[in-house]
Design a protein around this ligand. Structure first.
Ligand code: ZN
Length: 335
């Protein structure tokens, strides 16, 4: 099964580039930029990555992001992730980035996007990986701040496919961003949003009815509302589920209780993703392996999950056909 998972070409639909920042690279860039961080050695950084609660996670996450200053830093960050994609056989990825995490510290929007874009081109050339960008608004900040970010993004609109909503969910319902999502859609961005990770099923209703999202990030808690489950199936919306993340942030107590199989059984188009892999214990293959083993998923389940990711990606129809052919080739090899 492990070999089968590794051999399958995969798409990743829920990945925060800032969450792929490995301790070694963070330490290296901090030194290069002569930024003071509260860790003297790589081992100390690694220790800090072993957080025990959400606040500890956010502390190290923002300390990490704080060392990113120059275009080259964002390039290096993204290239390190693309390298992992190559190793995990991820051939299509939709990368979220949080401009506000950087612009709030005085880093220009263009520094961020230019670094990411250069990496995207190089990853395509070096490994043949296709990728697109999802600009995510930080929901703990105001809608006004999101509007400012939208404005800053417009000169780079052609490089960005979608807008998302992430960061602390509780107390920051999707409704708060109704107007900026409307404006973003008018600019041609496809809307997605985190909902129902920590937050209640009600937030998922808001994401689909008010933000009119094309995909729900996480969405695990839809299972608490049967009408919502039916509506998600009826509207043919996919969920980007992140097993190791759910475990690390205690949204799932043990992996054997993870809701992924239940979601599939209800007819929901679930997908597997790594979220913040440097912090949550693994990239795509590790996520598939963990959930496969805990829930005793069959080969057919794995194939369904992998195909869902391609089918519900924002790739073109032609790309999707090509990807699915590649998947079928591997399935044939294993039969
Ligand atoms: Zn996320």
């Amino acid at each position: 099964m492990k070999d089968f998972i590794a051999a399958l070409p995969k798409a990743e639909l829920h990945l925060h580039i800032e969450g792929s920042f490995e301790p070694e690279l963070m330490f290296e860039i901090a030194q290069r930029n002569q930024i003071e961080i509260p860790y003297k050695t790589i081992d100390e950084v690694k220790k800090a990555y072993q957080f025990s609660c959400l606040q500890d996670f956010l502390d190290i996450y923002y300390a990490g992001a704080g060392v990113l200053i120059h275009e080259r830093d964002f390039y290096d960050l993204a290239m390190a992730y693309y390298q992992k994609c190559y190793e995990n056989n991820v051939i299509h990825t939709e990368i979220m980035f949080d401009p506000q995490t950087h612009t709030e510290r005085g880093i220009a929007f263009e520094t961020v996007i230019n670094g990411l874009q250069k990496a995207r081109l190089d990853a395509k050339e070096k490994w043949g990986i296709n990728s697109l960008f999802i600009m995510s608004y930080l929901r703990h900040l105001s809608e006004e701040s999101a509007f400012e970010t939208l404005k800053q993004s417009l000169p780079y609109k052609d490089l960005i496919t979608s807008v998302g909503l992430d960061s602390s969910e509780m107390g920051n319902p999707p409704t708060k961003f109704k107007n900026v999502f409307e404006a973003s859609v008018k600019e041609g961005y496809i809307p997605v949003a985190h909902a129902g990770e920590e937050g209640p099923a009600e937030y998922i209703w808001e994401a689909i009815d008010i933000l009119k999202v094309a995909r729900i990030d996480h969405g695990n808690r839809c299972l608490e509302d049967e009408n919502l489950v039916n509506e998600i199936v009826k509207r043919d919306l996919a969920l980007t589920v992140c097993p190791l993340s759910n475990l690390e942030l205690r949204n799932t107590d043990v992996m054997t209780n993870h809701p992924l199989k239940k979601l599939l059984d209800k007819g929901i188009k679930a997908t597997v993703n790594s979220d913040d892999p440097a912090y949550f214990g693994g990239y795509m293959n590790a996520n598939f392996e963990a959930v496969q083993e805990a829930l005793d998923l069959s080969k057919e389940d794995i194939v369904t999950l992998v195909k869902n990711s391609f089918n519900y990606s924002f790739a073109t129809d032609e790309q999707k056909r090509y990807y699915l052919e590649k998947v079928d080739e591997v399935i044939a090899d294993f039969n």
